[in-house]
Design a protein around this ligand. Structure first.
Ligand code: PHE
Length: 360
């Protein structure tokens, strides 16, 4: 049995020293393979006497099992070591940002458009759109501003250049978002509840005016809407938008050809310490024009004024963005100065929602 002890010691030492899978496999074949040492010894059992076989048989079987177990254990140990090695080499700091951060920011005007869309959507207003290059019929006539009306001059309109004999209707850069009222009602009829944010154009340029600026139109038509509904909607909007528990709105009688009665709306604010606060103080800031939609406007859009009535408003988006985010100069909005955008811009992919707190 010395031979077996010796053989066993040799293989166990070999297995313990094996550095990889291939070396292990070689040892397995040399011992337990078809022509392996242990297998050959098994074959010799046939030539032994029954007595000899009775001791040699179990001993060989035990040896075979032991080598087999040692091989398996070593195989597992090698796999574990390989995994450890990989884990060490492929170490990754999962707290690092997964991708390069987007360097751009969302412009305050875009941010505010998202915010007000979320607020009005919550009150049942859908978003409507119209073209920025508009016929003068949509921009003026349909809104009860006939050609000789003085309001046409007040709008400082950009007209599209046309040859005198051009048969197409005259076009302008829309001077307000109110033409979308006509387009939305013509397309959907009544009842209707829409807002229409977008670009508008007037020939005007100074510290508080840019030739291109942004408005949001609001329109609600139903059987029995009144100024009271208008007031509630605007107060609700202002509280949500400025993220304050209370706002005061002041309705001043005004005139727009497309609403009757008409009101300009101011919001109470304070400039104490050079800092603007909404909802307190003794100052008033005009933020929008509004009124009950004129029957002629309803008629121009194919809505029967004997059946339907409602309110409309038009608000300056740039103005309320300046108010909310304390941005002093309107012109900087459109200068595309990267430092300004980085300072006043908002994180990309971080859309405002009512549940999330609009501006976070
Ligand atoms: N269109 C008006 C403006 O640009 C605002 C307004 C819209 C007023 C709707 C009343 C109703 O000044």
């Amino acid at each position: 049995m010395d031979a077996l002890t010796d053989l066993k010691a040799r293989y166990l030492t070999g297995i313990a020293a094996a550095g990889d899978e291939a070396a292990l496999e070689e040892l397995r074949l040399a011992a337990l393979g078809k022509k392996g040492e242990v297998s050959l010894k098994m074959r010799e059992l046939g030539q032994m006497s029954p007595d000899e076989r009775q001791t040699a048989g179990p001993a060989l079987n035990a040896l075979k099992d032991e080598l087999d177990a040692a091989l398996r254990a070593k195989r597992v140990a090698l796999a574990d070591a390989a995994l450890d090695e990989r884990l060490k080499a492929e170490w990754l700091d999962v707290t690092l940002p997964g991708r390069p951060r987007p360097r751009g920011t969302i412009h305050p005007v875009s941010q505010v458009m998202e915010e007000l869309t979320a607020i009005f959507a919550d009150m049942g207003f859908a978003v409507a759109e119209g073209p920025q290059i508009e016929t003068d019929w949509y921009n003026f006539d349909a809104l009860n501003i006939p050609p000789e009306h003085p309001a046409r001059q007040e709008h400082d309109t950009f007209f599209m250049a046309r040859a005198a004999d051009d048969p197409r209707p005259p076009h302008v850069l829309r001077t307000h978002t109110s033409p979308v009222q006509i387009r939305a009602m013509t397309a959907q009829g009544a009842p209707i509840r829409v807002i229409a944010p977008g670009r508008v154009y007037r020939m005007d340029m100074d510290q508080t005016h840019s030739p291109m600026f942004h408005q949001v139109e609001g329109l609600a038509i139903d059987r029995d809407l009144s100024m009271a509904n208008l007031k509630w909607v605007l107060e609700e909007f202002c509280r949500a938008f400025f993220e304050v528990p209370h706002v005061d709105l002041r309705f001043r009688a005004s005139h727009f050809p497309f609403t009757e009665p008409s009101a300009e709306v101011d919001i109470r604010c304070s400039w104490a310490g050079g800092q603007l606060k909404i909802g307190e103080g003794d100052s008033w800031m005009e933020i929008l024009g509004s009124g009950m939609v004129h029957p002629k406007v309803l008629k121009a859009a194919g809505v029967d004024p004997d059946q339907w009535q409602g309110f409309a408003f038009g608000m300056g988006i740039d103005r309320i963005a300046m108010l909310k985010y304390g941005i002093p100069d309107l012109r900087a909005f459109f200068e595309s100065d990267l430092r300004w955008l980085r300072h006043y811009g908002f994180a990309a992919l971080d859309l405002p929602t009512l549940q999330g707190g609009l501006s976070r």
